[in-house]
Ligand binder design. Structure first.
Ligand SMILES: [Ca+2]
Length: 388
């Protein structure tokens, strides 16, 4: 042996001491080598104790966080561990094994995802209920499905189907300024008068009365209240308008076909019967408003029953023509009661039409006293603009 060889020549006590020293050095060196070796291998295998505990379910993020949710089951049954198939070391208690674990996991499974937890700052008791991360506004895409529906705006639409304030009429004759707005040229035996007893609008209306065998008491629409026809409104080929007026029957000798009893007519500039007129007739049990004239197709048409002592609002929408390029629509109290297309509101041999209101009758055939009121005559572009 090397030590024997080196110490051979020395005295015994010294040899003994040297031997011991050699053994000591050998021991120290050996332990140093071992420790160095283990240190070089250790890093890969080092497993922190805490992670082991976590894996086993003794501690870990879930446990630490769950301090806020005391109602949770004790950490011993940490679902996370269960989810990973790692069962906690069962306490020696005689508990019937895995059974108690079963109920917990189903609902809690989502918890294990640690990402869910960190967000809600002050909602320590709420998290258990949130199944999915209820986080932040960053995820606006689909999270807020119910919130932003822009469908909210439409409700603003209300049904004020009624037209807004009607545009003013183009012309008006309502007896508030005497007979202004009318012409009395060719009105017949009796000039209508302005009264205040029965009115449709304002405080005055026109009184029309025929007695005996009197035939005519009419006003032409458009004028200054005199006999001048300078301002009479004329409708020529293609002109389209609305004309409205109101009438009230005080008493009436009702006419019949063959005995004119017109309350309004589209008179043409030439002689002869109007192309279109509205009669107050009582025929075959139909007492009321009738239409007659070539524009109607040549037939007398019963349009609506009428009563005495009631105001009626008439509106006529028309396009004037001498060549059947016109039409008319008659409304009574805003209800359509007659209409005809492709017709002539001007007598074909004439050049224009104008409007007359009042009474024109066959006095010899239907004598007696007939009395009405007229009011609120208007010319315009819409039903609303010519309504009272
Ligand atoms: Ca009036």
């Amino acid at each position: 042996m090397l030590s024997d060889f080196l110490l051979r020549g020395l005295p015994t006590p010294v040899r003994l001491f040297g031997l011991v020293g050699f053994l000591f050095v050998l021991l120290v060196f050996g332990s140093a080598v071992v420790s160095a070796a283990s240190r070089s291998l250790a890093p890969q295998h080092k497993v922190p104790v805490s992670s082991i505990q976590t894996a086993v379910g003794l501690r870990g993020p879930a446990v630490q966080r769950q301090r806020a949710a005391p109602q949770r089951r004790p950490a011993a049954v940490d679902p996370r561990a269960l989810a990973r198939g790692i069962h906690p070391p069962k306490p020696p208690a005689a508990a019937p094994g895995p059974e108690p674990v079963a109920p917990a996991p189903a609902v809690r499974l989502p918890d294990p995802q640690p990402e869910t937890q960190p967000n809600p700052p002050g909602s320590s008791s709420l998290p258990p209920l949130t199944h999915v991360v209820p986080i932040e506004p960053e995820s606006p895409p689909e999270e807020s499905g119910p919130g932003p529906p822009p469908a909210e705006e439409p409700p603003a639409e209300e049904p004020p189907a009624e037209e807004p304030p009607a545009e003013p009429p183009l012309r008006e004759a309502g007896f508030e300024d005497g007979l202004n707005g009318w012409s009395i040229g060719g009105v017949g035996e009796v000039v209508p008068t302005v009264v205040t007893d029965i009115v449709r609008t304002g405080s005055q209306s026109g009184k029309v009365i025929l007695t005996g065998t009197q035939i005519r008491s009419e006003l032409n629409f458009g004028g200054d209240g005199t006999g001048s026809s300078a301002d009479t409104v004329e409708f020529r080929e293609g002109d389209e308008y609305w004309y409205g007026f109101s009438f009230y029957i005080v008493q009436m000798v009702w006419g019949h076909p063959g005995a004119h009893n017109l309350v309004m007519q589209f008179k043409s500039d030439g002689e002869g019967s109007p192309a279109f007129g509205l009669d107050l007739w009582d025929v075959g049990g139909n007492r009321g408003l009738w239409s007659e004239g070539t524009a109607t197709g040549g037939q007398n048409r019963f349009l609506a029953p009428l009563s005495e002592r009631v105001w009626y609002d008439v509106a006529i929408h028309f396009r004037a023509s001498t060549q059947d390029n016109g039409f008319y629509e008659v409304f009574l109290d805003r209800k359509l009661i007659d209409s005809r297309q492709n017709t002539s509101m001007i007598v074909p041999t004439d050049t224009y039409a104008y409007i007359k209101d009042g009474l024109y009758r066959s006095g010899q055939d239907i004598p007696g006293t007939s009395e009405i009121r007229l009011d609120s005559a208007k010319l315009g572009r819409s039903l609303a603009s010519v309504s009272p």
